[in-house]
Design a protein around this ligand. Sequence first.
Ligand SMILES: [Zn+2]
Ligand SMILES: [Zn+2]
Length: 236
Amino acid sequence: MLDFALPPRCPGCGAITREPHRFCLDCWRSLTFLGEPCCGRCGLPFAYPGGGGEAECGRCLADPPPFDRLRAAVAYGDIPRQVALKLKYSGRPGLAETLAHFMLRHVRPGERDVLLVPVPLHRWRLWKRGYNQAALIASALSRRSGLPAGLDLLTRTRATPPLKGLGRRDRALAVRGAFKVPPRARERLAGRHILLVDDVYTSGATAAACARALKRGGAASVEILCWARVVQVDEA
Ligand SMILES: [Zn+2]
Ligand SMILES: [Zn+2]
């Protein structure tokens, strides 16, 4: 209730804004919104338009990721990182609405059989933090898009170490087998198109492990939708 009584604030720096879920001008200018032209699969920005919407980048062609599509609202950077940290650790679950507001543009309208599924937290971490930020974003997206959300279709069977600083192979090893579709969820998952929701996409190891588990569990396809993604120039 308090949220409604107070003036809306910029999710980046806290300056008072005219409307809720809006950034102040300075923070807004620092954001890089992602969209076309980009790789039809991983969403990596292309320097020049061409090849239509489905052309894929060299990396996806050489080594196809286990997911069908990846889209993010903004490129990872100082402000997107701060917003994600506030949502995660500062007891500001209302920020999930703001992120959903910006992510909604990548949800294709008229999609059928789509189910929003958050990247799960391990239950110890969930118990400590009190909420899963990805589940809050998925719920907010569900309310705004009308698409159903399946918050318990994917579980994290063990706590995974921080992936930061690990090499590609070690990251993949760290999350291997960490995600599972519980047997009771298989029926609801069968043949569905999954929109896997997360806050930040960095190396992609977690998203890849989740996508593999969802497909093994019967999902027809897996798209990843996140608030911010790392855009490495050397990826192109
Ligand atoms: Zn600001
Ligand atoms: Zn790509």
